[in-house]
Design a binder for this molecule. Structure first.
Ligand code: ZN
Length: 369
């Protein structure tokens, strides 16, 4: 019996270089028109009891080689429950070993958030009382850039995710945020909806999501380097969202991501923007401190280094929105590896943890306002 491997489905990505019995040598396809690669998602058909040995090679040239040591691939038999696999990394090769318990096994870089699930989420939230649906524009391949709006307050809050499509935990976070905000029994939601108008974009990069990209859109463009000058030709996904933000203004913004290398949850801010205001930075720091008090999944020790005064890269959304609107804006980063402070040997960082982090972020925002 020889296994078969296939990735011809939503967010699938793998190249089969060789198969020998229950072993395979694999590699990851680059994002279209770019050199980025790291996301993988494929299906293994095999026999129950097969001792699978899958080697993904060439990873020293991947987008984040530091992402592989101490990383464990995720797998699922039912595409609902995802668990960690025995995974090792050496000299550019990630080796996954698993004894098959069912004839069909899905393996991915992180629990996928499919476009079908995206459409289910948008449709079910759009039905909720008090929610307005807006299509802000379309992607290069014509997919809608969906936005869900709710709340009656004056504080304009923008939540948006998956500029980097391979960071699927970001849309799990959004699902958690939307569930909380539309729960009529949730006290934070009731309070926030009185104080704020929410604008929520669950997926900024549907083309990259379908195509199994890590970091770019159909044109190979990293959307989180387009915010100073988005164009219809390269980055209509950013252009339509930024235009909508120009109409509403932005007081608070959360841009949701996953980080390949750092085994912790952290946020990054806008310290280096030219127009930095002390009270703007003070609110950001207060949010960070309060979030750390509200959930042990968040910490402040590990993270990115802050840019020097006046040296911020304004092509990124967090810094652009802070500069453009005086917003308290932040990039939220969740791990592909695990939260080393509270590791979960079975699931690792997971969809469930991502959703609960969104709950904590919203509770903290409520406290700040
Ligand atoms: Zn990212």
């Amino acid at each position: 019996m020889t296994i078969t491997i296939n990735a011809a489905f939503d967010s699938g990505n793998i190249v089969v270089d060789a198969i020998d019995g229950t072993s395979a040598r694999l590699s990851i396809r680059k994002d279209r028109d770019s050199d980025f690669f790291q996301w993988f998602h494929f299906r293994v058909s095999c026999a129950v009891g097969d001792a699978l040995e899958l080697a993904i090679t060439g990873l020293d040239a991947s987008a984040y080689p530091d992402g592989w040591p101490r990383y464990a691939a995720r797998a699922s038999y039912d595409r609902d429950c995802w668990f960690r696999l025995d995974t090792s990394y050496d000299a550019g090769t990630l080796t996954i070993r698993h004894t098959a318990e069912s004839p069909v096994l899905y393996i991915a870089y992180f629990a996928p958030f499919s476009m079908e699930r995206h459409h289910d989420l948008v449709a079910s939230i759009a039905e909720c009382e008090g929610v307005t649906y807006r299509c802000l524009g379309t992607s290069l391949e014509g997919q809608p850039i969906d936005c869900l709006e709710m709340g009656n307050g004056d504080t304009q809050v923008w939540l948006y995710a998956r500029q980097h499509p391979g960071e699927s935990m970001a849309e799990w976070w959004i699902e958690g945020a939307l569930e909380k905000l539309t729960d009529p029994a949730d006290p934070h939601a009731r309070s926030l909806l009185k104080k704020c108008r929410f604008h929520i974009v669950p997926n900024m990069n549907p083309d990259g999501s379908c195509r199994g990209h890590l970091r770019t859109n159909f044109a190979g463009v990293n959307l989180n380097r387009e915010w100073d000058n988005p164009t219809a030709a390269r980055s209509p996904e950013v252009l339509c969202v930024r235009n909508a933000m120009d109409e509403t203004g932005v007081d608070w913004a959360m841009d949701v991501h996953g980080d390949e290398a750092i085994p912790a949850v952290f946020i990054a801010g806008f310290e280096g923007i030219p127009s930095l205001k002390p009270e703007q930075l003070q609110k950001y720091k207060a949010f960070q401190t309060a979030l750390a008090a509200n959930t042990p999944d968040f910490q402040v020790e590990l993270g990115y280094s802050e840019s020097a005064p006046g040296k911020a890269n304004l092509s990124m959304s967090t810094t652009q929105l802070a500069e453009r609107f005086g917003a308290v804006s932040m990039t939220i980063e969740m791990p592909f590896k695990d939260n080393d402070d509270l590791p979960d040997p079975v699931a690792g960082w997971s969809p469930e943890r991502s959703k609960l982090l969104a709950h904590a972020c919203l509770a903290t925002l409520d406290q700040m306002l």
